[in-house]
Design a protein around this ligand. Structure first.
Ligand SMILES: Cc1ncc(COP(=O)(O)O)c(C=O)c1O
Length: 279
């Protein structure tokens, strides 16, 4: 993490950035966040991240009208030229004088941003183990809420079982990962569950679908039954900081030949080329 952070209009050393213990983010998890990668110092798909941020703000009824240019101006001083980094942005409903569930009358949101280096995810080249778990989170998973206890407990359950990710299943269908979206190659076709309130609409997910369409890789957004996932020739989990990670073992069973598959290799090459073309 870099030492300089942004808090409510100021750039400060991390150790000097302080918020009240009455901040609703601290007391209630009442806020939303974004994670935006920057390659060689350039923010990746910032417009898409800001659009999702605005949807999250709308979803929790927190008005904050910053333009893409406003956000760019806030983030840029945190980034270092030539480095691969990610911005963590958090907006909460701010300080309220009294702990009360209802919104306070006067709301001054707390806006905080910090920057960390993106390190290549160790499991990416060899693939990871994943387990399937029942999705026991709330109904508004399309909002990127800081209230992440459900996701945290599910990810930890996966880690406790010596797996890097939990693939969540609801009513027999794949939803998403604890902190990722899910793709599967089934009968030669790349499939990911459609957008709904049950998943976070991942920016990496959108980029992969665009790249697949532009490069004639058969793909579709469709439901994936758990049995279909168990028979898939490839499974991936995707996110901004880990990119596309192949799953080579699911619930203790090897996926295909236990190595990252040919569609993953093709898509990873396309993604790396696309990132380079923008930076
Ligand atoms: C629950 C969940 N789904 C999906 C994603 C992937 O989103 P993105 O590709 O925008 O990072 C994340 C990212 O952290 C996540 O937490």
């Amino acid at each position: 993490m870099t030492d300089k952070v942004y808090l409510n209009g100021e750039y400060l050393p991390l150790a000097e950035a302080k918020v009240s213990v009455l901040d609703r983010g601290f007391l209630f998890g009442d806020g939303i966040y974004e994670v935006i990668p920057a390659y060689s110092g350039r923010l990746f798909r910032l417009e898409d991240h800001v659009e999702r941020l605005n949807n999250s703000l709308k979803g929790i009824r927190l008005p904050l009208n910053y333009s893409v240019a406003d956000w760019q101006a806030i983030f840029q001083p945190l980034l270092e030229d030539g480095k691969d980094q990610s911005i963590y942005l958090q907006v909460t409903r701010g300080y309220a004088p009294k702990r009360d569930h209802g919104f306070p009358e006067q709301v001054v949101p707390t806006v905080f941003a910090m920057c960390s280096e993106i390190k290549p995810f160790p499991g990416k080249l060899t693939g990871i183990k994943a387990v399937t778990l029942d999705d026991n989170r709330w109904q508004l998973c399309n909002i990127k809420a800081i209230t992440l206890l459900g996701n945290i407990l599910l990810r930890q359950e996966a880690l406790d079982r010596n797996s890097a990710e939990a693939i969540l299943v609801k009513n027999g269908y794949v939803v998403e990962g604890a902190a990722s979206n899910v793709f599967a190659v089934i009968d030669g076709e790349l499939i990911t569950p459609p957008k709904s309130n049950e998943i976070l609409p991942g920016i990496t997910r959108d980029v992969i679908l665009e790249l697949a369409q532009a490069n004639n890789i058969p793909c579709k957004e469709d439901i994936i039954a758990l049995e279909a996932l168990q028979d898939a020739s490839e499974i991936w989990v995707t996110s901004s900081t880990r990119e596309i990670v192949p799953v080579v073992e699911l619930d203790g069973k090897i996926v295909a030949d236990g190595k990252p598959g040919p569609v993953w290799h093709a898509m990873d090459r396309l993604l790396q080329a696309y990132k380079k073309s923008l930076s």
